[in-house]
Design a protein around this ligand. Structure first.
Ligand code: CP
Length: 306
């Protein structure tokens, strides 16, 4: 059964059946990653360009590994050594790359809506690897995969997204995806970092981190995005850590199991303490491993439907 779209731009409006199909397909690829030879011939002959206009460690390497493990030909575009530095526009850049006969583009860009724009001017399948503060669909899919793997399902599960909700593409994609899959979603953070009217997306708002820990099965703890001026939204980093940081003492105080996720990169000692980031309540590196399988599933489903 194919996906309902030939692109993955975000999780807003993506049907439950599509998310289910991606997560189920990822389970098959997760098994491939445990084999001595972690490679299948599924996308042999396909060419995929990874176009990262913003920095990335996890997403870029994860997509590249996923492509290689599906036997696709991959090209990594580095803005710093490209003709973008000579002033070439995004449109001219992508048109020239497409003229070299490619099949799929994975794009990360600081401007929200860039992946959608590419669908208007390209013939390739477009996958959003994070567009500004808009969406980061494969991160949310790997988060959902990892939660589902732990709990056996998502329906009825209580998931709280903690931190800078206003500037987070991870938060928005998680909200759309988790709501579609039947989870009960809340957000927690300083009032300055919670968008007005977010309740209209069907989420509860919690301003007290202890209440968030007490009431939820899962906390997805977001990075404080210092590069997006997040520092201006609370008095000091120390104060943020005091009121919203996830520490072992805080978790122990509640005496209940709550699963901790973090999309990375981590600000240790700010949104999460080192003890929690390396401790038994978290699945941060499991998320990273699962990310390769989830991206293999997305690439396979999009790359074989034409
Ligand atoms: N989670 C995430 O998107 O990490 P990178 O910015 O390193 O890709």
């Amino acid at each position: 059964m194919p996906l309902s779209s030939r692109h993955l731009l975000g999780l807003q409006g993506v049907p439950k059946e599509d998310i289910q199909l991606i997560l189920d397909t990822a389970t098959t690829f997760r098994e491939v990653l445990e084999r001595p030879i972690k490679k299948v011939p599924t996308l042999q002959g396909k060419t995929i360009v990874n176009l990262f206009y913003e920095s990335s460690t996890r997403t870029r390497i994860s997509f590249e590994l996923a492509e290689k493990r599906l036997s696709a030909d991959t090209v990594n575009f580095a803005v710093s050594t490209s003709s973008v530095k000579k002033g070439e526009s995004l449109k001219d850049t992508i048109k020239n790359i497409e003229a070299m006969k490619i099949d799929m583009v994975v794009i990360r860009h600081a401007a929200a809506g860039t992946p959608l724009y590419l669908t208007k001017i390209c013939n390739s399948n477009i996958i959003n690897a994070g567009d500004g503060t808009h969406e980061h669909p494969t991160q949310a899919l790997l988060d959902m995969y990892s939660i589902r793997e732990r709990f056996g399902g998502l329906e009825g599960l209580k998931v709280c997204i903690v931190g800078d909700i206003a500037h987070s593409r991870v938060a928005l994609s998680n909200i759309y995806g988790l709501k579609t899959m039947g989870a009960k979603v809340s957000v927690c953070g300083p009032s300055t970092m919670i968008p007005r009217n977010i309740e209209e997306l069907g989420v509860d708002v919690i301003y007290d981190i202890d209440e968030a820990i007490q009431e939820n099965d899962v906390l997805n703890v977001l990075r404080i995005q210092l590069e997006r001026k997040a520092r201006e939204y609370f008095p000091s980093i120390r104060e943020y850590a005091t009121y919203f940081g996830i520490t072992k003492e805080r978790l122990d105080k509640h005496g209940k199991d709550v699963l901790i996720l973090h999309p990375g990169p981590i600000n240790r000692g700010v949104e999460i303490s080192s003890e929690v980031a390396d401790g038994s309540d978290q699945i941060i590196l499991t998320q990273v491993t699962n990310g390769v399988a989830v991206r293999m599933a997305v690439l396979y489903l999009l790359g074989t439907q034409n």
